[in-house]
Design a binder for this molecule. Sequence first.
Ligand SMILES: [Zn+2]
Length: 349
Amino acid sequence: MTHRAERRDSMTQRSESIPPWLETPWRRLQERRTGDRLPHALLLAGPGGVGKALLARELAEALLCTAPRSDGRACGACRACRLIDAGTHPDLFRLQPVEGRAIPVEGVRALREVLALRSQYGGWRIAWIAAAERMTSAAANALLKTLEEPGPQSLLLLVSDRPDLLPATIRSRCQRLALPIPPRAQALGWLTGQEEVTEAERWLTLAGGAPFAALKRIRSGAVDPRPELIQDLAAVAAGQSDPLAAAERCAARGAAESLQWISSCVMDMIRLRCCRQPVALRNPDLRESLQRLAAGCPPERLFHYLDRLTAGGREAQSSINDQLLLEDVLIAWHELATGGFETRGGIRR
Ligand SMILES: [Zn+2]
């Protein structure tokens, strides 16, 4: 679970340039570094797939590299850089959850030991915690001590998709660097230029605008779940498919993700029904199918249905019974489409 900085994976290979939306944050970090104003603890916060890990890695490498380039980035060739690439640099420690489990206190204790030692190479000692919100409270408490007594030339890099889940005591002791979803044109330009990428627009949409998340889906051979989902919704609405069978297919695709996409489609249907002018959609590539689906659904009912979906999404996170939840959602959809939908109360349990 704990180890020296791991070997690079394909998502963070040394690249010639930093993605355009990370250039400004990178420059600010460089300014702080050259001005000797780097904090002891930095929290890189923002949605998954925007490049937080890449920025953390770039910063760690730049601080440890013994012959950085004129733009401040690591050279990639010195002994320190080679050790980082091999995952064996003694002054870089990385902690991350394994197989979705929480980060235990033992991991933070090991990290504290590394930070308490003198630097092996006379420079920075860096501890990097990925998915920091996954620390147990014991782990967070142990980390708090390190945050309160940072050693000289030590840097704690916390990376988190959900900084709101970190204890306030931790958040308040870190300098936050917010990395939001980048401007779409920038993200699209970058994604289009990557190897093995086709249909960049569609995948960027599917990833909620997060370019690295889109790239990961493309390279993992992911399948766009929406066409099948729309087919199911259309068939259930037309009475050609049993809501229970459709729910089973949705559950197989993942309850939380299915609910998220049904919500996203319903939001688009509301836009299509309520706006007279051509309107920007979350799923612009599905406009025609959504228009057909929306035609038989009064906007008021769609709004109520969306409320139910939102409540359902919260339940899916606690995973009471995904199949039952999806059955309720699809039965309610059938009722909405056939005119029997109650606009009061929640999803029937
Ligand atoms: Zn170097």
